[in-house]
Design a protein around this ligand. Structure first.
Ligand code: AMP
Ligand code: MG
Length: 402
């Protein structure tokens, strides 16, 4: 039976969750922690804000003293970082800057724009409510509260939250090591000059980039020839890593030898075909306890099947939840027809006009057309039950962020 891409995705997630062990951890400098996954909760070291904080430039006041036309006596000034040493008594106020601590006695801030001043007398043009323009001590986080939970993937906002509470060396999971093995007698190193019928290896380097962007540690093993011996040896080496990605050698050709070698190794093949295009012959297996992905060799197939099936596996091996596919909805600008029965993921261009997403497929020569993919910025999804989609209809797209 051929899986739909959703069934295949669920199978990958289910298997990975079943076999994944708690990842090893390490403590690293916060400045290097972007993309990593927290292995321990980060707690707030103190209340945040640590004091009642003014969020406007103005005057710290007793709100009960404020009304349109009221006058208050200014008894001092507080800037961010100052420690307030005197209290605001009835009829008094203190000039206060954004980020400064509210003095004793005051319970609100009136914005400078709503006042006028003659020497030490401040005239108000309105009343303020208790607590106005003040963020109370501990209202963002109380001391000891969890700021970021174990399992969180660290982005720039998480870096700031960790920095605020002084988590200078967070404990994170080790990046899973993902072996990458390309296959094919015709494949040569991309830095070399190919013979007339040879092909430069683009998959190893694009897969390494995708692995890195997903938070894994790529281990590039080079290229295996289409021979049982070479595949046996290199797959054996690849199984030392936390997961193995192969490219090529999974179609129906006489020299597509990845599956024969996996079956020699008594691998459990979970699927070896998915109802998608590009990427239909994609293989997912467990071999000697390790997840193995046999991605079709055509470069666009390799990229698409990585995004659909390998990314969630790397998330799980990293100790975090598999991120959902980031579908967005867009209006199709030109009608298209594709063979029914397969979900198509077509290289396409997403544009924004008047805040609305529009998408059109880019011309391409099929799954070998890697330049078309480079000119695209998303994959346009044509559902398996649709043969034709008209211009103006809504479709799902998967944007590519890099
Ligand atoms: P395969 O999946 O092995 O049948 O390969 C399908 C197509 O993808 C063939 O035209 C290959 O030459 C091409 N191909 C396979 N591996 C790579 C690679 N590593 N880099 C670029 N193209 C490749
Ligand atoms: Mg091949």
């Amino acid at each position: 039976m051929m899986f739909s891409y959703r069934q295949a995705l669920e199978a990958v997630i289910g298997k990975l969750q079943a076999i994944a062990r708690t990842p090893a951890t390490e403590s690293i400098p916060l400045s290097e922690a972007v993309f990593r996954v927290l292995a321990r909760d980060i707690l707030s070291d103190r209340d945040y804000p640590p004091f009642d904080r003014s969020i406007r430039d103005g005057y710290a006041v007793r709100s009960a003293d404020t009304r349109p036309g009221a006058s208050l006596r200014c008894i001092g000034e507080l800037k961010a970082g100052d420690s307030p040493s005197i209290a605001v008594t009835p009829g008094a106020c203190m000039q206060i800057m954004t980020g400064a601590a509210l003095p004793e006695g005051a319970d609100a801030v009136i914005m400078i724009e709503h006042t006028s001043r003659e020497r030490d007398t401040v005239h108000l043009d309105r009343a303020v409510k208790p607590g106005q323009h003040v963020v109370r001590r501990g209202s963002e986080q109380a001391a000891g509260q969890t700021v970021l939970s174990a399992g969180t993937r660290i982005g720039f906002a998480e870096i700031a939250a960790a920095a605020q509470v002084g988590a200078a060396n967070p404990v994170v999971t080790r990046k899973p090591r993902i072996a990458i093995l390309s296959t094919g007698d015709e494949v040569v190193d991309f830095a070399s000059t190919p013979g007339p019928f040879q092909i430069r290896n683009s998959n190893s380097v694009s897969l390494a980039a995708q692995v890195g962007l997903t938070g894994g540690e790529p281990v590039v093993l080079g290229n295996a020839r289409d021979s049982l011996d070479d595949l046996r040896a290199k797959i054996t080496a690849g199984l030392e890593a936390d997961a193995l990605i192969l490219s090529g050698g999974v179609s129906m050709g006489k020299y597509d030898l990845v599956e024969p070698v996996l079956s020699e190794f008594a691998a459990e093949v979970i699927f070896d075909a998915v109802a998608i295009r590009p990427g239909k012959p994609v293989v997912f297996a467990l071999c000697k306890g390790k997840p193995v992905f046999g991605l079709p060799g055509n470069p666009v197939s390799t990229m698409v099947t990585f995004d659909l099936f390998v990314r969630p596996a790397i998330d799980i091996l990293s100790g975090t939840e598999p991120r959902p596919l980031p579908f967005i909805e867009a209006t199709l600008t030109a009608s298209l027809s594709e063979k029914a029965g397969l979900t198509h993921f077509l290289p396409a261009k997403l544009t924004w006009r008047s805040d609305k997403a529009h998408v059109s497929s880019v011309p391409w020569q099929g799954s070998g057309d890697v330049v078309a993919m480079a000119h695209a910025n998303c994959l346009l999804v044509v559902p398996a039950d649709r043969e034709t989609i008209e211009a103006g209809e809504h479709v799902h797209v998967l944007p590519r962020d890099f």
